[in-house]
Design a protein around this ligand. Structure first.
Ligand code: MN
Length: 483
């Protein structure tokens, strides 16, 4: 990228003649802004939050850019809760809900433009000459349907906020955290954490618009998996990063990005839950596990995993392991409906896995004993829970209280993953040699409906036979670009 125009050793001087010349002769074209169609959603969410905390000031920051090196930053993504309440994508912004007699006034404090009126236009790293046209406060207000104010005024507002009547979503913006000291007299009812969990719990039930956003991200993810299957050779190795890159192209082209670092695990890498280095190569005869999701343009993400036999056909033992995981996933999906406990879905999935491990002759104790709370030895090979909430975050609603999530009941409108797996580490001497280095996970995204659930990622095959047919037909169709 270009070097930044600020005072650094490699910067050119700014002779007065040059400064004078740069200050004149620019036209100012207005930005055509219209309210985003999703503006009512954000207003509705702010109203729900307002209702939960009458008479209190609520402060929700977007977060700041993080330096990668020198003048290069990591790509910025707004804080998920901030985005959920505003739709604003800029760093440093802060949403403040100020109490009024009847509710709250929402004000979005945000950066002013570095427009052509000041030298920052061409000298500042955030000048518009460097980063392109940004919104005026009025333009941002019109687009997002919320009052805006200059970030420069935020300090006064924060300094005036009353302890005991103010809550901050902490951990996002160190300046905001410092400006508003925590006021937590009651350990049982931590005020700032209560704000975090209330927002998380507001996010549990997805409305029609959100379900549409998730479905679009999942549909793009289905196409991304197809793209990958089409370039995966049956008979020779390719780099895991080729597959990561092909999926990433789909994600950038159709959405905002990938929703999390893609896991492309060939052979024994499939047993490493967070294998994101993707430095290996595929091996015909082995399995390939891919956990990848497109994050859509409104930041809702898919989270899908498929495990495929690289050469096109499962060996009998690979198929046996795969079919156990598939049966576990199906049992979980069959059990999902409103009123069922999240925990019970977990137990349902895990019991099928434990029974499968028993069939494989691996459990050192009976299935019942393995499933008892004081044993759980089966977990050596299952490693993680059956799933999690999905939304703007891949692990959505993570600040929800235990009683409304892990220990709670499912409700209509929840979207969650169902993703059991079996993992036999390469160095596990308690499993036969042919199982060492075998990992299988099948992950789908489901919507809880009034009487069950709907698989939003049904566009991809799940059973072993269907996976083989799908892989064959994708290969037959041949490689394609997203356009
Ligand atoms: Mn997942």
């Amino acid at each position: 990228m270009a070097e930044q125009a600020k005072t650094e050793s490699h910067d050119p001087d700014f002779p007065e003649a040059f400064l004078q010349f740069m200050r004149s002769g620019w036209r100012e074209d207005p930005l055509a802004v219209t309210p985003l169609p999703e503006v009512p959603n954000y207003a509705k969410r702010r109203a729900a939050l307002s209702e939960a905390f009458p008479g209190e000031t609520l402060i929700i920051p977007s977060g700041n850019e993080k330096v990668r090196a020198n003048d290069t930053d990591y790509p910025f993504r707004p804080g998920s809760d901030f985005f959920y309440l505003t739709g604003d994508r800029d760093p440093d912004s802060v949403l403040v809900l100020l109490p009024t007699g009847s509710g709250h006034d929402a004000v979005l404090f945000t950066r002013e433009r570095n427009s052509k009126e000041t030298d920052r236009f061409f000298r500042d790293r955030n000048g518009e000459l460097w980063i392109g046209r940004t919104h005026t406060l009025a333009e941002k207000s019109a687009e997002l349907g919320v009052d805006t104010a200059s970030l420069g005024q935020l300090g006064t507002v924060l300094a005036g906020s009353a302890p005991g009547r103010t809550r901050v979503l902490r951990g996002l913006d160190a300046n905001v955290d410092r400006a508003v000291l925590a006021y937590e007299p009651n350990r049982e009812k931590p005020r700032d954490r209560e704000l975090a969990w209330v927002i998380s719990e507001l996010k549990l039930v997805k409305d029609e618009w959100e379900i549409g956003q998730l479905q679009a991200a999942i549909d793009a993810t289905v196409r991304g998996f197809e793209d990958v299957a089409r370039v995966l050779p049956a008979d020779r190795p390719v780099k895991e990063r080729l597959l990561e890159g092909v999926f990433g192209l789909r994600a950038r082209h159709e959405g905002n990005d990938v929703g999390y670092s893609s896991i492309v695990g060939s052979g024994p890498h499939a047993t490493i839950l967070h294998w994101v280095r993707n430095t290996g190569v595929t091996t015909p005869g082995e399995l390939l596990l891919m956990d990848m999701g497109v994050e859509g343009n409104n930041l809702y993400t898919a989270d899908v995993t498929r495990t495929v036999p690289v050469n096109g056909t499962f060996t009998p033992l690979q198929r046996q392991v795969y079919d156990i995981v598939h049966a576990s996933q199906q049992a979980g999906m069959d059990a999902i409906r409103p009123g069922v406990k999240f925990k019970d879905i977990h137990q349902t999935c895990m019991r099928v896995l434990a029974e499968g491990l028993n069939d494989l002759g691996l459990l050192p104790v009976s299935v019942d004993e393995a499933m008892s709370e004081n044993s759980t030895v089966y977990r050596r090979w299952t490693l993680h829970g059956f799933g999690h909430m999905l939304g703007i975050d891949v692990h959505d609603c993570s600040n929800a209280r235990k009683e409304s999530y892990r220990d709670g009941e499912l409700k209509e409108g929840y979207v969650l993953t169902v993703e059991p797996g079996l993992y036999f580490q390469a160095e596990d001497d308690l499993v036969p040699a042919e199982l060492q280095g075998v990992g299988v996970r099948i992950e789908d995204d489901v919507l809880v409906t009034s009487d069950g659930c709907r698989n939003l990622s049904a566009g991809l095959p799940r059973s072993s036979g269907e996976v083989e047919q799908w892989l064959a037909s994708q290969r037959e169709a041949g490689p394609r670009l997203p356009v």
